[in-house]
Design a protein around this ligand. Sequence first.
Ligand code: ARG
Length: 469
Amino acid sequence: MTSQFSKKNEAWSARFSEPVSDLVKRYTASVFFDKRLAQVDIQGSMAHAEMLCFKKIISEADYADITRGMAQISAEISADNFVWQLDLEDVHLNIEKRLTELIGDAGKRLHTGRSRNDQVATDIRLYLRGAIDDILGLLDQFRLALLDLAEKHADTILPGFTHMQVAQPITFGHHLLAYVEMFGRDVERMADCRKRINRLPLGAAALAGTTFPIDRERVAKTLDFDGICANSLDAVSDRDFAIEFCAAAALVMTHISRMSEELVIWMSPRVGFIDIADRFCTGSSIMPQKKNPDVPELARGKTGRVNGHLIALLTLMKGQPLAYNKDNQEDKEPLFDTVDTITDTLRIFADMTCGITVKPEAMRAAALQGYATATDLADYLVKKGLPFRDAHEAVALTVKTCVDKECDLSDLTLDQLRTFSPLIEADVFDVLTLEGSVAARDHLGGTAPPQVRAAIARLRSQIMVAPLD
Ligand code: ARG
């Protein structure tokens, strides 16, 4: 039945006496980005319709029509046959309008006891829940790729750095496990955030609930939510769950960015610790010798935009009085871009990790420079009875001599070493080797190869493998 309603403003307005300008229409519309929520919007609508029917708020016949109409709409959208209209503002009104076109009045009854406010909050939660499940699978794949590389290099020695200065020798496997730990905490954060996302806002209606005898728990169960949002005002207005997701995503990217920085340094010809497979690199249009690590560089750069999205959402929320305000429509683009960026990045990093070639000789050569075993010599003297501060001083003098002679600690003869401390004996050379140094750090969390292998086994058993599609 056509009324004044559709003449003045397609979507909602018998109350308005003039239509909005084209500019305002474009400014306020969200359909060109929120159409991405279409399938979860239909899922939410179907659960709502099922409950309305169960509670006899709509008839069985209406429910059957809605089911048929929505199936057709879902197919049209999947086949890219759906005509999205700017005039209809957003994904919700576009779908509802098409439903009414297909099934008549039953389509108009679907919105009974609900508002776009609780509808959109439900859609975002459903969408984000799915996105997190994908991200968790990708994080696991990436961690497994890191574990494989770590296992191959449980014995490979490179210098460990502090302040970007050679500090102590470490194993490359151990270094990689640091990232496995970071991404493991990212998994925990994402999974924890999912718990708070997985609550149903529907039933809050516009803000105060509805006069219809709805059953919110039934809808929650149908949609596989763990429960309902307990307060209707909160349910429609807060986006803290999306902010939390963006914060967790920003940390994922921060970890990716730290790793990227290392990959770039390691691949620099001045360092030469690794090579990255050609398919992740590009050349220069002018300098024929160049092979640039574009993927890690871009990932480092994209961290900025993900961090930016977090700030955008925090700022979006901070000035909003209860309950729903249109500001919230601005949550979607940052959220979608965050999901896309971290999903693509994790997918590429899992693959790229398998395309890393390690150059153990270069790592070893670097570890032999910079007196990486100086701490081992100090510890040796402590074990022979010297107080640590005195040992530190004796080794500092030894290093100074080596710097002057341009040689390594292990290049000094026993007699030369004994001039710094009579406690030094022939067994000192065991601790001055790189292998001796890493093997000595043989405790939980240490860099010794057996510890690295044990940590890899523990981590592997923790990771539930989710296949990449
Ligand atoms: N497109 C809107 C959003 O994303 C849907 C909710 C609109 N509600 C309203 N009362 N105008 O938030």
